[in-house]
Design a protein around this ligand. Sequence first.
Ligand SMILES: Nc1ncnc2c1ncn2[C@@H]1O[C@H](COP(=O)(O)OP(=O)(O)OP(=O)(O)O)[C@@H](O)[C@H]1O
Ligand SMILES: [Mg+2]
Length: 500
Amino acid sequence: MKDKPQPNELMIDRLREISSWVSSVLDLDNLLELIIDSVTRLMEAKASSLLLLDQKTGKLYFKVTLGEKKEEVRKFEISLGQGIAGIVAETGEPLLINDVTKDPRWDKEISETIGFQTRSIACVPMKIEGHTIGVVEIIDKEDGSPIQKEDMKILSVFAELASMAIHNARMISQVKKENLDLREELGRKHRIIGESQGLKKVITDALKVANSRTSTLLLGESGTGKELLARLIHHAGPRKDKPMIVLNCAALPETLLEAELFGFEKGAFTGATTRNIGKFELADGGSIFLDEIGEMAPGMQAKLLGVLQEGVFYRIGGSSPISVDVRVISATNRDVVKDVQDGRFREDLYYRLNVVQIHMPALRERKSDIPLICAHFLNLFKEEMGLPNLKISQPAMDKMLNYDWPGNVRELRNAIERAVVMGNGQEVLPEDLPIRSIKKSYPGLEAGLSLREAEDRFKKQFIVTTLRHTSGNRSKAAKIMGIQRTYLSRLISKYELQGA
Ligand SMILES: Nc1ncnc2c1ncn2[C@@H]1O[C@H](COP(=O)(O)OP(=O)(O)OP(=O)(O)O)[C@@H](O)[C@H]1O
Ligand SMILES: [Mg+2]
């Protein structure tokens, strides 16, 4: 028992250090050196090295080398099956050779070239999930005594540590890469396409406000890309690594909206079984996107104004003030100035949100962007559907250029998607596009009617046209027309359009 090397205090400290590093993986190169240095001292070896297998070339290269000739050794590469290290890497089995000069497996080239006397070698494989990724080897003891079988166990433990470190580092870099790929993919999907003057101005303005905390109000018809623009503002600014939290103010009744925005404490109301963090808190350090702000109920408008003025709020049922650092981006497709005039939207809140206003132009006001946007969506859907040769025919393009696009880019996107799915796979034809050329006739435009009658005729025809366009979908039609669905239903009853 006496001749077994006892790990001393220093070694135990070293092991502790290594194990804490293995789990944090700060710097793989340093960690591997530390591991090899520790095992070399523990074994009192003359030289040691860690070799890794390059998957592409199938050769082993020296990752860490210690000993008198460590610089020279590093220049060599070893083929699988060549010499002791090559054989261990190939078979995945450890080898202990006490006198290499008597062993035909030894490849003396390296030792002779660098002028390093070698007698005994111990070499163990490093494995990740059963696959050999490299080897660790030590050469000769400093006192000239032979390397023992027992030493192999220690060497194996260190080789295992090194494999774990490498495995962790590879996994982390893989996750990082996947993350980057995903971001790139997201970036591609969320790119704002267009080169018209109108859109360029919008993007320049957005990039200017991105660098500040200024509250920004985005206006524009439905489907013009307001949400896309909000994301651009968030991602182009210094808050890009913090969250952008989206809240659709039209989707929830007032009480739920309040709970969503500010969160609540456990027991704040029936059903509040746990504490819930609100969106304002989640967005701390980042941005909150209040979509369809024009639909926010008056009570809620007052509460939101309070938060924006004070900079603090309380969770529902909570008594500690919570302060957050959030940039507010809001959007609406309503005529918010008119809503302010009509008393539907608080003027003071409007001024708070509207420090900078950006107006997204409707697609019909920038028709020159249609070919670019078409190409963008065609590429997207072509890829998804595996139709690499699909093109847009000139008549189909003409039809799109002549159309008014009440649903803007969203409608264009849907039209292209439908055409890709339903078309012949070679060429998009006009009939593949779910849009109608607009007849330029004006119902109600005739003498002898009262203004009210003329308006009614126009409204009736307008609703029929829009409903046809949405294949009878009332929610979509209401959205395109910028009115509430319930109001649309009332109009449909009034004009007896139930069959439309
Ligand atoms: N310039 C653009 N380039 C590429 N895609 C766009 C562009 N504008 C809008 N889109 C796409 O059109 C769709 C609608 O955009 P978005 O949701 O941003 O519109 P919105 O203005 O928020 O509409 P709504 O008022 O109805 O909520 C999305 O799929 C978006 O990716
Ligand atoms: Mg939107």
